[in-house]
Design a protein around this ligand. Structure first.
Ligand code: SF4
Length: 334
């Protein structure tokens, strides 16, 4: 039996991954894949909770996302990379956890309150959207995960998972491992127009883009608005380029960047060229890996099918335990 802690994370299949995805999740996954027994999930059922009217992009988005994950260095020999909908036990466990979930707990979810109650979004007034935190709890508890890496806005979901798991454990004995969250230590990156990074704004830098495409986006990146002329001193803390430097540029250049900005020792274009080199150094190994992956067109699918098999075995073990503890009919997966 592995002594490593179990980690569960995932994301909805949104297709090509951008630097925001890399910094917000993938970079941390890479750091943890040696330390933990990792399960990384393509959360395709979650994609339906707020986008159920047109699912036609799911297959291609799953392919692109998986290739990008592998290109960053996620290693299927070390980690289990799988598709949520291939493991039907997630639906079963979600149903059972729903029995233990007070309505108030689901309705307190920030996205439900923001989007359905405050903004009156009728499209999202569905049982599926209200229940997605329960499905998320099922995803985590299915693998008896010890650690769930999250951004600050996701902590509430892990707290809900803890509440639900504890409620089951108190009544039926040790059914579930109580998971802990681990906060991502990287700052969220803004898009190159200074707004939240989002595909719909067209302001993302994608991992699969070439040098020229990346430079075109860095070149026009919004900087400190007070720095109108090259001779105006700037303030890195008011500039999103500096946020990128803190993630990608080696620390031994930070003083030089800050000093040159504050004293108008260089223009923003020179500063952006330094950033461009640093981003290139991060993306080049991914480009090499992607080229090898794309030489074998079916490889990404083999990775998922292997991962699905590993995840399914683990899920079946958990569900056998859950059914036994809850005095349910054993089912055919025992
Ligand atoms: S010099 Fe660099 S950190 Fe300063 S405002 Fe320009 S781009 Fe931003």
């Amino acid at each position: 039996m592995s002594e490593k802690k179990i980690l569960l994370s995932g994301s909805r299949p949104t297709g090509r991954q951008h630097l925001g995805n890399y910094v917000g999740a993938l970079k941390q996954w890479l750091e943890l894949q040696d330390e933990c027994d990792c399960y990384f999930m393509v959360a395709d059922w979650h994609a339906l909770t707020n986008s159920y009217n047109d699912t036609s992009s799911l297959p291609e988005n799953t392919r692109l996302q998986t290739i990008d994950w592998l290109s960053t260095g996620l290693d299927p020999e070390k980690s289990t990379i799988f598709v949520q909908s291939a493991i039907k036990e997630h639906a079963e466990l979600s149903l059972l956890l729903g029995m233990f979930t007070p309505l108030g707990l689901a309705e307190r979810c920030t996205s439900w309150k923001d989007q359905v109650i405050e903004q009156g979004n009728e499209v999202l007034r569905t049982y599926g959207f209200l229940g997605y935190p329960v499905l998320q709890s099922a995803d985590i508890l299915m693998y008896q995960a010890n650690i769930v890496p999250v951004g600050k806005d996701q902590v509430e979901h892990i707290e809900k998972t803890q509440d639900i798991a504890q409620k089951v454990n108190v009544r039926y004995g040790d059914v579930f491992q109580i998971p802990e969250w681990r906060l991502s230590h990287s700052p969220a990156l803004l898009g190159n127009d200074g707004r939240k990074m989002s595909k719909s704004y067209g302001n993302c830098i994608y991992l699969a883009e070439n040098d020229k495409e990346v430079w075109e986006k860095i070149r026009v990146m919004v900087t400190d608005p007070a720095r109108v002329r090259k001779t105006d001193p700037g303030d890195p803390e008011k500039c999103s380029v500096w946020d990128y430097h803190k993630v990608f540029t080696p620390k031994d250049r930070w003083d030089e960047i800050q000093t040159n900005c504050k004293t108008a020792g260089w223009g923003c274009m020179e500063c952006k060229k330094v950033l461009n080199e640093a981003v290139k150094a991060e993306l080049d190994p991914m480009r090499e890996r992607r080229a090898k992956i794309e030489e074998k067109p079916g490889y990404w699918k083999e990775v998922l099918e292997h991962g699905n098999g590993v995840a399914r075995n683990r899920a079946r073990e958990t569900m056998a335990r859950v059914r036994e503890k809850l005095h349910l009919y054993p089912g055919d997966s025992q």
